[in-house]
Every structure is written in C-alpha cells, then in structure tokens.
Design a protein around this ligand. Structure first.
Ligand SMILES: [Zn+2]
Length: 420
C-alpha cells in the first residue's frame, strides 16, 4: 500500500540562500552569481546553540575573511563552509525534511509505521482518539459488518476494530451487473475480466473502505476511517501474546488504523475459513495495541457481526454460510476473556437469543439503518452507503427489513447470542 507522507519543510532565514550557496576557499568567502559576498562574523561551529537560527541579515556587511576555528580541521579549508546547518536536535524534529539554513535539505528521518510525521513529530493516527475501549468485531466477508451494526453505531466509547477474516474473493458477484449506477457515485464493480480471486478481493476491499467512510458520515463517531493502509505480516512481528498455533492461509493482513476505529483485512480464503484461523487472527489482532498498531486502550467486547442461524422452523432466515458458521463456533466455544460482551449475531427467535431465553440475549435496532440502507425513488437508486458500495453484490439492491423475521440479509432489528 502507498504510504502517507507528510513532510513539512520549514523555510527559515538562512546564511545562504538556495540559489547561491556561499563557499569558502582558502579562507576567502566567495559567492556564486546572484548573491552578495558574505561571510560569517562568528565562525565557531559551537556558537550556534539549539533553537538558534542564523540569518544573512547581520552578515551582509562583514568583510572578515579570516578563519577562527583552526583547531577544528573539518571546519576550514577547501570545500567547507562557515554556514552552520541546523540539526534535527536543534529543531527537536524526529522526522521530516527541513531547510538546514545553509541551502541543503535536512532529513530528520521517517516515523515507524503507522505513525505519521506532522511538524517534525511522529504520532500514530489514533494518538488523540476520543474512544476509551476496544470493541473487536469479527467479520467473515466485507459487508457482514452491517448485520451487526446495532452494536457498532453511535458509540462514543468504543474504538471499533473491524477484523475481516476474508476478502470476499470467492463471490460470484464480482462480475459487473447492468444495474451499476455511476451517476450516483457508485463504487465497484470495475471493468475487469478477472472476476475471481485477487481482483475480486480488491473490489471488495475498495467497497468496504468506501462503505465505512460513508457510514462514518452518518454515524459521526466512527471516522475518520480507512484513510491510510499498511500491509502487515505477522511472521515479521515480534513475539507478543502467544497466538493460537495452527496453519493459516496467509499470515498477511492489511490494516487501516484510524483515529477512532480501525479496519483489518486478513486473507484466510473466502469459503474455507477455519475455526483455528479465526482464533489465530483474533489473537494476532489483540497483540497490535502493544505493537503500536492500535491504541493501547482496555479491551471491552468481541462480537461476531455476521448473521448466522441454523434453526429451522422459526421465523428467521436460515443462513449457514460456512465462514459465518466457523466464526460463530469460534466465539461460541472459546471464551476469549474480554471483560465485556462476547456475542454473535443471530435472529430473535433463535432459542439462544430469544429475549428471556438466556441472560445474554439482546435485540437491538440499528439507529442508522434507514440512512445506511436508503433507496431512492422507485426503489432503484441506491442512496445509502450500504446500497451504493455493496449494492453491486446484489442484482439490484439490498432489500430492507424492519424485523429479522423478514428473511433478508440486513435488517433493522438485530439479535445476538452471548457467551458472556
Ligand atoms: Zn458473509
């Protein structure tokens, strides 16, 4: 992924301007065309203290051509200059590029990813997050986050970490549909001849990033989100909390750490996700705060957002996508020990979620549903970000539903089972 570069060059008054740098030859100060003859009145290299800048203004009239620092062999003689370039220490700069006041660029280095350089200082994008705790959300495929949205939206306390286990690369819907509506700014599909595999994965990641950005505009607590991405290889990361030890399809993940939420895309293979891969990815994600890739906030909750229900004969959609099932089984069978809820999205008539059925049952309603799923006049124009950016996964649009007894994928009422 492209890195974000923020390099500020401070133009300070210098002892030589960039168009004609003074040079000293055999004790005689000369200047290239276009500049006045100048030399320094104070030639001691130690005379420039931290934070002090030199200026041409007070040296214009100097005719001192002698050298005064003969004790320092590097300070005089051919090829050297009287100009004392600024140092990064003097600028208290940890990063970035600056004018060294002697006509050269002072490079104070790069920040360790994912820190960004602003005004010479390195800071993680979440350094000034307004959230207080981490809410991990396990997502099978890009779009499944919507079906757990009631536990995500309008949260002033939670720093949401969306852990996408796969990139949705096996979908049969990566082929462009005729209903694509570029006039309303719709994102993918692109015109590609390769609808499967990596090309499809990139389309789905692009859709997800656009969706999150659109949802953040509605939500108000989520963004800015998905702006800068990095590729992480967990084989390269130093050992931290022991992970679940099992073979995984890929140790690589793409991460977009934002101010108030982060998005991670693992690449475990759409359609053949395993329970151990899920546990491994959750475990690796939980190492990231200590490694500087996520804010060091206390953990709170762990939620399987993707819908899953295998109970037949109730007023609920039966949906048993193997990847959704794997994630639900992983969270059902393993207590990851988060102090807050460890829940999975099901339907309200699932015996494990029915209100009163267990102490953990919850039925929530997405406040932002109407806006996120909004359709335009005639039910064709896709307006809400879920429709605009994920609508291409359907022939026309995502159907709307108030209650999860409406047997559709993304409805307004969302129920959860809970381990705790
Ligand atoms: Zn899914």
């Amino acid at each position: 992924m492209a890195r974000a570069w923020i390099s500020l060059v401070f133009l300070l008054p210098g002892c030589g301007d960039s168009s004609g740098r003074p040079t000293v030859t055999d004790g005689v100060t000369t200047a290239t065309a276009g500049t006045a003859n100048t030399s320094e009145s104070g030639d001691d290299p130690s005379a420039t203290s931290a934070g002090e800048t030199t200026s041409t203004g007070d040296s214009e009239s100097s005719s001192d051509t002698s050298t005064t620092t003969t004790s320092d062999p590097t300070a005089t003689g051919p090829g050297t200059t009287d100009c004392q370039p600024l140092t990064c220490a003097e600028l208290t700069a940890e990063c970035g590029e600056f004018d060294d006041t002697c006509g050269n660029t002072l490079n104070c280095g790069d920040c360790a990813e994912p820190q960004l350089c602003t005004a010479g200082q390195c800071a993680a994008p979440f350094a000034d997050t307004e959230r207080q705790q981490l809410n991990y959300l396990v997502v099978a495929h890009p779009d499944d986050e919507i079906s757990g949205w009631s536990l995500i939206e309008k949260s002033p306390g939670n720093y949401a970490v969306f852990i996408h286990m796969t990139r949705g690369d096996a979908t049969g819907f990566c082929a462009p549909f005729g209903g694509y509506q570029p006039d309303v700014g719709e994102a993918p599909p692109g015109n590609t001849d390769d609808y499967q595999g990596q090309a499809c994965a990139e389309l789905r990641i692009g859709s997800a990033l656009a969706f999150y950005a659109g949802a953040a505009e509605i939500d108000g607590f989520l963004g800015p989100i998905g702006e800068v991405g990095y590729t992480l290889n967990f084989d390269d990361l130093p050992e931290g909390t022991p992970g679940f030890d099992c073979p995984v399809s890929s140790t690589e993940a793409r991460i977009y750490p934002g101010k108030n939420a982060a998005i991670i895309f693992f690449d475990m293979g759409d359609g053949d996700l395993t329970q151990c891969e899920t546990e491994w990815a959750i475990s690796q994600t939980r190492r990231l705060p200590q490694m500087g890739w996520l804010p060091q906030l206390p953990e709170y909750s762990l939620i399987a957002t993707g819908y899953y229900n295998m109970v037949e004969g109730i007023n609920c959609r039966v949906y048993a996508h193997p990847d959704h099932r794997v994630i639900h089984e992983a969270l059902w069978e393993t207590d990851f020990g988060t102090p807050g809820p460890q829940w999975g999205r099901t339907c309200r008539e699932d015996p494990d979620a029915k209100p009163g059925g267990t102490p953990f049952a919850r039925v929530e309603v997405t406040e932002d549903y109407d806006q996120i799923m909004e359709l335009g006049p005639g039910d064709f124009y896709r307006i809400g970000p879920a429709q605009v950016y994920y609508g291409w996964l359907m022939p026309d649009y995502w159907e709307l539903g108030e209650d999860d007894t409406d047997e559709i994928s993304f409805n307004k009422t969302q129920a959860f089972w809970g381990v705790h």
